[in-house]
Write a protein that binds this ligand. Sequence first.
Ligand SMILES: Nc1ncnc2c1ncn2[C@@H]1O[C@H](COP(=O)(O)OP(=O)(O)OP(=O)(O)O)[C@@H](O)[C@H]1O
Length: 184
Amino acid sequence: MPIECNNLTKSYDGKLVIDHCTATIPEIGVTAIMGPSGVGKTTFLRLLAGLEKADSGHISGLSRKKLSVVFQEDRLFPQLTVLENLQAVGSGAEQWLYRLGLMKAAAQYPDELSGGMKRRVSIGRALCFDGDVFLLDEPFQGLDDSTKMDVMDIFAELKTRKAIVLVTHDHREAEYLAAHILRF
Ligand SMILES: Nc1ncnc2c1ncn2[C@@H]1O[C@H](COP(=O)(O)OP(=O)(O)OP(=O)(O)O)[C@@H](O)[C@H]1O
């Protein structure tokens, strides 16, 4: 069942951020969300994640679906190691750490990591949680080109069986992964 967004609106302090947005997100494959800074892309993801409530409109097709989210700020558990951060949410932690090039960092704590490493741990946690729907807000930002390709390839594999909503400013990422693009 696809996710249907019907006529969503959302304002902050009287300023309209999401203006009657209607969109379909297929059950399988990558939907890229693109648009200038401040146009409401993160807000749209937060509406999908249920972290914000729309002022009007309706989202259907999300009930009973498990959501894996990666937001721009990496919300890792500071008191847990990298490995434990992944194990806390699901299974397959070691396998994902390996795929993400993080095996050597498994016993480190988040405040000992670089920005790009924290980002990969966040991605690893989303993968371990193994949602039906992945909500990704600029997930590849801060990764060097080679690591970015490795991580994008994980999602290229995943997109054959999951719904992935990818906010990105990078046309190459969108072209590589996405079946269609929602322009905000
Ligand atoms: N919690 C909030 N309270 C007040 N204003 C907010 C809040 N969240 C977002 N906004 C405002 O809503 C607008 C859209 O923000 P949003 O983060 O959704 O944009 P974006 O398209 O994701 O931007 P970027 O590409 O820079 O990440 C901005 O003007 C922002 O200041």
